[in-house]
Design a protein around this ligand. Structure first.
Ligand code: ADP
Length: 244
């Protein structure tokens, strides 16, 4: 989970990361490693720092202490630039979509070749049917698929997905998760945040619990029995509330 220097085999690594807002600490020493072809799911109660971890990992928030490594290289001050080169994508709902452009125009910006767009339409027929529609008027699920589908064409080294199932119909959630699993199989290292544990269990390789800005448990998904997960999860949530 943590360690001294960067792990050259890691897709994404956070070492002793402390970060917060306006001097108020939120992350109090987060250590986390995501390997290529691995989905690491971050679980924890509201306010434990999951979104903040995503922001730091994606280079949107600089850590006060600690380091973020992408593919073994320290992010440093040029973090955002380096992460962009390494293919870090932060993809919460609808991220990276131009709402006033059509579906086809949005795809064309990311997949210039017509045959590549055709491949997306062949698989995501719902998008094909709406290719001349403004992206902003798509459903949340369609927007999510429009944001994620082009990634299959050129899988990034790292993908950070902050609550990708938020507000989506169950059928679309399945489709989004299939897509994330395919990216994993293509070698992308995924950091995945969900509020609901049930969403995670089908897809995660590794589960990490975040409690009040620290990783308090991290292990393979198989070691997380549903019952224990629920207990631990609710226990953490209750402890968090009690200390507020
Ligand atoms: P989680 O994703 O686990 O719900 P967050 O990382 O969103 O947790 O939030 C952790 C803490 O940081 C919360 O107490 C929250 O109020 C605070 N926080 C989050 N974003 C900001 C912000 N932009 N400015 C100030 N405080 C924030």
């Amino acid at each position: 989970v943590s360690g001294g220097g960067p792990d050259p085999d890691a897709a994404l690594q956070l070492v002793g990361v402390q970060a917060g807002y306006d001097g108020a600490p939120v992350l109090r020493g987060v250590g986390l490693t995501v390997r290529p072809g691995e989905i690491v799911a971050l679980l924890g109660p509201n306010g434990s720092g999951k979104s903040t971890t995503c922001k730091v990992a994606a280079g949107l928030l600089a850590p006060a202490h600690g380091q973020v490594y992408v593919a073994g290289a320290a992010a440093g001050r040029q973090g955002a630039v380096r992460r962009a080169r390494a293919g870090v994508v932060l993809a919460p709902e609808g991220r990276g979509i131009f709402p006033s452009l059509t579906v086809d125009e949005n795809l064309a910006l990311r997949l210039p070749l017509k045959k590549d767009r055709s491949a997306v339409y062949a698989r995501f027929t719902g998008l094909a049917a709406r290719r001349e529609v403004a992206a902003g008027s798509l459903s949340g699920g369609e927007q999510q698929l429009l944001a994620l589908a082009p990634l299959l064409h050129a899988p990034p080294r790292v993908l950070i997905a902050d609550e990708p199932s938020l507000g989506l119909a169950p059928r679309v959630v399945d489709e989004v998760y299939r897509l994330l699993a395919e990216l994993r199989d293509a070698g992308t290292g995924l950091l995945l945040v969900e509020e609901k544990a049930s969403e995670i269990l089908g897809v995660a390789d590794t589960v990490a619990y975040l409690t009040q800005g620290r990783v308090t448990w991290c292990g393979p998904r198989e070691q997380v029995e549903t019952e224990r997960l629920t207990d631990a999860y609710l226990g953490i949530a209750a402890a968090g509330k009690a200390e507020r």
